[in-house]
Design a protein around this ligand. Sequence first.
Ligand code: F6P
Length: 529
Amino acid sequence: MTHWQTLSDQHAAVTERKITDLFKASDRESDFTAQAGDMYFDYSKTNIDAATRETLLALARDAQVEARREEMFSGVHINETEDRAVLHTALRNLDGDAVMVDGENVMPAIHDTLAAMRSFATEVRSGSYTDVINIGIGGSDLGPAMAVRALAPYHDGPRCHFVSNVDGADIADTLRGLNAKTTLVIVASKTFTTIETMTNARTARAWMTDHGGDPQKQFAALSTAQDKTADFGIDPSRVFGFEDWVGGRYSVWGPIGLSLMIAIGPKAFDAFLRGAQAMDVHFRAADLQENLPVLLALVGIWHNQIGGHATRAVLPYDERLGLLPNYLQQLEMESNGKGVLRSGADSPRHTGPVVWGAAGTNGQHAFYQLIHQGTRVIPCEFLLAAEGHEPELAHHHQLLVANCLAQSKALMQGRSLEEATKIAATKGFTGPDLDRQARHRVFPGNRPSTTLLYPKLDPFTLGQIIALYEHRVFVEGIILDIISFDQWGVELGKELATSLQPVVEGTKDASEEDGSTAALIDYIRRHGT
Ligand code: F6P
């Protein structure tokens, strides 16, 4: 029997079992938790028991997670469809060994680029810049945007803005009110061909010229394509390059993180890298059963592929991690949203989950109703700091903590019909009305969640958190036997947008389009300008 089959059987056997009953084993809270440094991961509020965990670990071992992990760290071309190594870990290998890619040690160039970024960031921070705009999209936006917001208490540099959408509203709203003479524009694009980014970059350049700024001096670029940055007219001294073995969604650790470095300073950026490096060390060294990325991945597999729960909610009880769900959407869904195995055969099972979420406590007043009483089970992942950054508002943090812990408890415990009936009776309901009212107040419970705790959301911890999720995605991808590092699924839409552009502009007729698209274009032509 395969481990997949064993897991399905184990799942079928425990569907009626209460998670609360698992706590009759006195050591569950220590047995079903693990730590990486100061970070504490609790997966005890799931229906995973020791036997299931053994099978999940066997699944990981059989998939060769350990050997494949070493392939990644040592520069093997595991991005097979693009024939590339996957080495974002080298970007944070601050004092580690040589990292060889195709026979060459890439560390000296990484250190040189980091040194150049540090001196540029220092110059920008001490100069007359008031604002920095990062123009990029996807991985060239989400990482730095999320991290800049997450580390707001550490900002001591110019204000940072992020423009990503090709919708002119994004750049127009950002430029309004900025001083073109004191704004630095960073064009962030691995390929330097992405239509959204190049369109926004040209608009920003025209704005700067029109408003007395000097794009020759006030533009910088982050890219692997230095020929294209030169064509755009960006001085090579303000171009920070990286290699194609850094995937877009894994790129915040290098030049794409420049806006973050400018915001928080090179020293704090170093701490961010060190946090990620610490997680790399943990991922490579810890036993699978104690290994946080592996455990997160196995919990994910148990809920998604085995339990059939198609989505996963990420719920940071940390306002400044408000963009983490968006960031993880790209990281997880672009990496593991695949339909075929490495071999090209169809995947026999569902692959990556739908990832979504929002910061608590806001979500509680929006979508938690469905999480608690809806017909679908949504596995939840809570994140929480032991300490906030506002000591003068400690009571806010205490309330935040109480709410976070209350949610995972409520999801697990639920409320029975008997309890609900007692509550409804105290409201004065009687007879058939009492039963009807009580049924609306029942919580099924037994809904799984995990909780990730960390001391405080500082640069080191943020580095740990992001690297933890990166490696989780890697492990899930290995177990699912898919390629997590390409993204062919974004190509078709891009191609069709290019071919539709002349139709939208009116220089080509819509006769070759399908009926729906032709009618939509007709409406837009009639109602647009
Ligand atoms: O959406 C596809 C994608 O290629 C992402 O993987 C990437 O992060 C984003 O576009 C931006 O690409 P670039 O950095 O090359 O502009």
